[in-house]
Design a protein around this ligand. Structure first.
Ligand code: ZN
Length: 305
C-alpha cells in the first residue's frame, strides 16, 4: 500500500510539474511488478500484431507510435501470483519477468451469517452467477488502444485493493477492487469508453454492471441502487451507468469497482488518469489516512469482492 500511495503521490507531483504545460496522457497503465499489479514487456516492432499470452490467456497489446518503437504487452498479474519468476509467451518466445512480494494488509469484517455460511440454494445461485461473471472477465476484443480511466464517482475510499479479508473470522479471497463510499443515489459514470457486457442482480455483488474497455480490460461495478444501462450499450467516458447503493453483501452504501486485465484483478489505481481533478487531493488524503489509522480494520461501507 505504501508503494501505491507513493505511486499516487508521484502522479500528483507530476501534475504540479505539468500544470503550465499540456497534459501528457500516459501511454499505458503504470507498471507495478507485484501480485495485483501490471507488468509491461516489449513485444517487437513488426507491423503485424504479435501473439502474446500469459497463463494461456491473451494480453493487452499496444502498437508502436511516435513515443514508442515497440509493441507493448501489458500484463495483469493476479493477486494469487507467487513472488518470483513468471513467463509470458510473445510470438512463441518465452519472456521471463519477476514478481516481487507485497505485504497487503488484513481486514476483519462482521457480516450477516447468511452471507458467510451459504444455504444449498444460495450456493447454487452463486455458482451459476460466477460462471457468467468469469465469462465477462474473459472477454477479449482487439482494439489496440488504451485510455486512462477517471474515477467513476466522487466518494471516500473506504477499502483499498488487495486487503486479505476475514468474514466473521473466516479467511476469504482478498479484496479485488476499490470500495468508494458515497450516499445512495450518487451517480456512477463510465470511467472510460467501452461496452456494457453484463448486468444483473448478483448474490454477493448486488446490482452489477460489467464494462469491456477492449484488449482484455474489464470493469465491474457492484452494489448499485439502480442500473441505467443494458447489455450491448456502447458508452463514452462520463456516461451514466446508474447510482450508488447497498445491494448484495455490504455494510453500507458504496461502489465496489473491480478492474481486470487478462482475467487478473488489478489495482484500479494503476489505470487511473493523472489529470488534475481526476485524482483528487481529498481522495488521496483519505486513502493515506485510512492506511495509517486503521491497520486495515474498516467498519463501514465495504464489500465482499
Ligand atoms: Zn469491495
Amino acid at each position: 500500500m505504501l508503494e501505491l500511495i507513493s505511486h499516487l503521490l508521484h502522479m500528483l507531483l507530476s501534475l504540479f510539474a505539468l500544470s503550465d504545460q499540456e497534459h501528457i496522457t500516459p501511454e499505458h497503465p503504470l507498471q507495478h511488478s507485484i501480485p495485483g499489479g501490471v507488468v509491461i514487456l516489449d513485444a517487437g516492432n513488426r507491423e503485424q500484431r504479435p501473439q502474446a499470452t500469459f497463463r494461456g490467456k491473451p494480453v493487452m497489446l499496444l502498437p508502436p507510435n511516435e513515443n514508442r518503437d515497440q509493441w507493448k504487452a501489458v500484463i495483469g498479474i493476479p493477486l494469487s501470483a507467487k513472488p518470483g519468476d513468471h513467463q509470458a509467451l510473445i510470438n512463441g518466445k518465452t519472456h521471463t519477468f519477476t514478481i516481487k512480494s507485497h505485504p497487503y494488509k488484513e481486514q476483519r469484517l462482521t457480516v450477516k451469517r447468511k452471507h458467510v455460511n451459504l444455504s444449498e440454494e444460495a450456493l447454487k445461485r452463486v455458482r451459476a452467477e460466477k460462471k457468467d461473471m468469469l465469462a465477462a472477465f474473459r472477454n477479449f476484443e482487439q482494439t489496440e488502444t488504451w485510455q486512462p480511466m477517471a474515477w467513476p464517482l466522487k466518494g471516500i475510499l473506504t477499502s483499498p485493493f488487495g486487503l486479505q479479508r476475514y468474514f466473521n473470522g473466516q479467511k476469504r479471497n482478498p479484496h479485488s477492487g476499490l470500495d468508494i463510499a458515497a450516499n445512495t443515489g450518487t451517480p456512477i459514470v463510465a470511467p472510460s469508453d467501452g461496452k456494457v457486457t453484463l448486468t444483473g442482480d448478483f448474490y454477493f455483488n448486488g446490482n452489477t454492471v460489467f464494462m469491456d474497455h477492449g484488449e482484455g480490460l474489464i470493469s465491474m461495478f457492484c452494489h448499485m441502487d439502480s442500473i441505467e444501462v443494458k447489455e450491448g450499450d456502447v458508452l463514452t467516458a462520463g456516461d451514466r451507468l446508474g447510482t450508488v447503493g447497498a445491494t448484495g453483501r455490504v455494510t453500507g452504501p458504496h461502489l465496489h469497482w473491480t478492474v481486470s486485465l487478462n482475467d487478473a484483478r488489478i489495482n484500479p489505481l494503476l489505470i487511473l488518469s493523472p489529470h488534475p481533478g481526476v485524482v483528487s487531493k481529498a481522495l488521496l488524503t483519505s486513502a493515506a489516512r485510512e492506511d495509517k489509522a486503521t491497520n486495515g480494520v474498516v467498519q463501514t461501507a465495504v464489500s465482499a469482492d
